[in-house]
Design a protein. Structure first.
Length: 192
């Protein structure tokens, strides 16, 4: 019995927001591509085994010690790359995306004034979660309204008070309607 219950539930794996560290189900964590830059410097290093190899007259160890002592082996490096990170809906807009199209934004300036808010509406996780919760509340209220209307409708249509709507209720309603309209015909009949 327990296995069938767990199979029917939709379970999502937990993911961690890269900015704030909150853990949420994977359907509420959003992926964003950001620019990552690396820079640093390195130099040749030697250790005790290099000196041990030097004493045993190893050519590689001799070359490594010569380069360490007499050559400038400092290397500087830097690089930019793109990386996908996981963010919650609150942190999604605080992490900047890579900048694109510098000259195109200047050329097509009026288009970007319209495109930017529309893109925000359709791609923003905050708007998505707001719509999901808003539509969920509307559906909940609609179901409650329909249930209350059903209860009120049953009470109105149940003419004999037995709790069910059946043919007797329709016969009673027909008789009441017929008697109501027959009163008007009786009043109009004396005109001659």
């Amino acid at each position: 019995m327990i296995n069938t219950i767990t199979k029917n539930k939709h379970q999502y794996s937990l993911r961690t927001c890269s900015r704030c560290g909150i853990k949420k189900p994977s359907n509420r964590i959003y992926s964003k591509t950001v620019e990552k830059s690396f820079s640093g410097q390195s130099r040749r290093s030697i250790n005790i085994f290099t000196w041990f190899g030097f004493l045993l007259r190893d050519k590689g160890s001799l070359r490594a010690i010569k380069q360490y002592l007499f050559q400038s082996s400092n290397r500087k490096y830097s690089a930019n790359s793109l990386k996908d990170i996981n963010l919650c809906s609150k942190c999604y807009h605080f992490v900047p995306a890579p900048k694109k199209g510098g000259i195109l934004k200047v050329i097509f300036f009026p288009f970007f004034l319209i495109f930017t808010p529309v893109k925000f509406i359709f791609t923003s996780p905050i708007i998505r979660e707001f719509l999901i919760y808003g539509i969920g509340v509307l559906i909940f209220l609609g179901i409650k309204l329909l249930k209350s209307l059903r209860i009120i409708g049953i009470k109105i249509l149940d003419q004999d008070g037995d709790g069910d709507i059946d043919s007797k209720d329709f016969e009673i309603a027909y008789q009441k309607t017929a008697s109501f309209f027959s009163k008007f015909k009786r009043k109009e009949a004396p005109k001659k």
